[in-house]
Design a protein around this ligand. Structure first.
Ligand code: GLN
Length: 537
């Protein structure tokens, strides 16, 4: 029978509940348990696919094409989980399912209510994910006290009642603020937050206390007493330099030991050696490399979460620290590429939507191509790289994507859906995992070391095959293509140290213990460029 761990958050948002849930998963896997992590988000959107990255950060795409919360990225990076649609539910999706059932007549004769209909739907969503694992970790989004999260909290309260407290554990992440004026850590907000939880019938078993300073023993005793938690259940969650250190700190605090004890599970040996080795290399790089990300949402780093982590992980694979410079694409238009890019060792253009900043991105590609600076274009980045090639090498000055100019005479990228009809892809984007065949001897094939790969997509526009031959004749290499030969997935150029654009999002698949080959090789090439640039000086 599966066990459940429910993680809630209190006092303020942004305490790192996602990282905490992922770290608990990492620790339990390190003790040999089969674990899954699920995120329940209390907002009404059916999924975060239509939310602005400014509001909600990155949309993380799963293998089965679900657009999900960015916390799923943490779960995948910290554990062996490969998430799917069931790992992320929003209130909107739950309500939608219930309303659809009501319309079908499933509740005929009944009054449909939050309790029990919405809560039952939530409980089903949770239990479905627990089927094949030893332990399901469920993170409840939002902060305790929000109106929105009440049905979720009620559902997990019921699950504990039904499963018994040895099978369902409550972990509450809270804040112990440090008051500078009096030089003290304060426990009152935590007491209030636990009171709030108690008022809805949830008694936390473990408190993860976020703090800038170690919590003294007597303070832990006080928190335990006031919050009705045993002293060993009060865990210090110290601020750390790198998120990947969190599992190691939690291990030091004995969090996994306490969880297993409370859940009545055997205390198998912990194997965190590979993780420790990764953290060690992360903390002691032999040198550094500067990567410029030319994008649109750069002021809000969460919108490129997986990308940033993939660069860090790719750096560690080369024993390098990666210094990321976020460059607003529009500034390249006004100030020229040289002003912004001359001290950058590798240029990356990430995914994106809409016309703003496109011309700046094209300038960045041209700069990288002509000055032989390693270039990595992802999704939109691949599209602008190809457009730049069509404009400046093929001489099609008005080449673009129909996303930016509907009536262009040279649509290098176009919306396939418009031509083939909606049914081709079901939704309105190509989403989730697709196979791709690599061409022998190319940068892509050398990086992956295999012929066939599968990567995750999230885009509407596609390479227009009408331009394939022309571009190839002028030296663009098409190194990755779908098995049915229809979709161009990777482009490269030859006489260049490293220049690759891919239509998919490799950043969703890079993990500390399995760095993605494209990021690893891009960082390697960028570092070689750094050495070359320094030689020239
Ligand atoms: N806007 C482009 C498209 O929809 C690229 C999308 C992306 O980069 N994720 O095809």
């Amino acid at each position: 029978m599966s066990k459940f761990i429910f993680i809630t958050g209190g006092v303020v948002s942004s305490l790192g509940k996602g990282i905490a849930a992922a770290s608990v998963g990492c620790l339990l896997e390190s003790r040999g348990f089969k674990v899954a992590i699920q995120k329940l988000d209390p907002y009404i959107n059916v999924d975060p696919g239509t939310m602005s990255p400014f509001q909600h950060g990155e949309v993380f795409v799963t293998e089965d094409g679900a657009e999900t919360d960015l916390d799923l990225g943490h779960y995948e990076r910290f554990t062996s989980q490969i998430s799917s649609r069931g790992n992320n539910y929003t209130a909107g999706r739950i309500y939608k399912q219930v309303i659809e059932k009501e319309r079908k007549g499933d509740y005929l004769g009944g009054t449909v209510q939050v309790v029990p209909h919405i809560t039952n739907e939530i409980k089903n969503a949770i239990r479905n994910e627990a089927k094949d694992v030893d332990i399901l970790i469920v993170e409840i989004g939002g902060t305790v006290g929000d109106i929105e999260s009440l049905p979720f909290l009620e559902a997990i309260r019921q699950i504990q009642l039904e499963e018994g407290s040895v099978n369902a554990l409550f972990i509450h992440l809270t804040l112990i603020p440090f008051i500078r004026a009096s030089h003290e850590l304060k426990t009152k907000p935590t007491q209030h937050s636990v009171k709030e939880l108690l008022s809805i019938g949830i008694q936390p078993d473990i408190l993860l206390c976020r703090t800038e300073y170690p919590i003294p023993r007597d303070m832990k005793a006080k928190i335990a007493l006031f919050c009705n938690v045993s002293e060993e259940g009060v865990i210090t969650a110290r601020d750390v330099e790198h998120v990947y250190e969190v599992p190691l700190y939690f291990a030091e605090e004995g969090l996994d030991y306490i969880i297993l004890k409370y859940l009545g599970l055997p205390l198998s040996e912990r194997h965190l050696e590979k993780w420790e080795n990764f953290v060690n290399r992360l903390k002691h790089p032999k040198d550094s490399v500067t990567i410029g990300i030319v994008g649109k949402y750069i002021k809000y780093e969460d919108s490129y979460k997986s990308l940033k982590e993939s660069l860090v992980i790719g750096g560690v694979a080369n024993n390098l620290a990666v210094d990321i410079k976020w460059i607003e694409a529009e500034e390249l238009e006004s100030e020229g590429p040289k002003a912004k890019l001359s001290d950058i060792h590798g240029i990356l253009i990430p995914g994106g939507f809409g016309e703003r900043g496109i011309e700046g991105k094209i300038l960045a590609v041209q700069y990288a191509r002509e000055k032989k600076i390693p270039f990595f274009g992802i999704c939109l980045g691949m599209q602008v790289a190809t457009i730049e090639y069509a404009r400046n090498v093929l001489g099609l000055k008005d080449a673009t994507s129909t996303e930016f100019d509907k009536n262009t005479k040279n649509p290098i990228f176009y919306k396939l859906r418009d031509l083939l009809g909606d049914e081709t892809f079901g939704g309105n984007m190509r989403l989730g995992k697709y196979d791709c065949v690599l061409k022998e001897g190319t940068t892509a094939e050398k990086a992956y070391g295999v012929k066939m790969i599968s990567e995750r997509h999230r885009h509407r526009y596609e390479f227009n095959p009408a331009y394939k031959e022309l571009l190839e004749q002028k030296g663009l290499t098409i190194s990755g293509i779908s098995p049915d030969n229809k979709f161009v997935e990777i482009v490269e150029i030859k006489d260049h140290p490293w220049f690759l654009g891919c239509q998919f999002h490799p950043e969703f698949k890079s993990k500390p213990l399995a760095p993605h080959p494209l990021f690893r090789e891009f960082i390697k090439a960028s570092y070689e460029n750094r050495l070359k640039m320094e030689e020239k000086k």
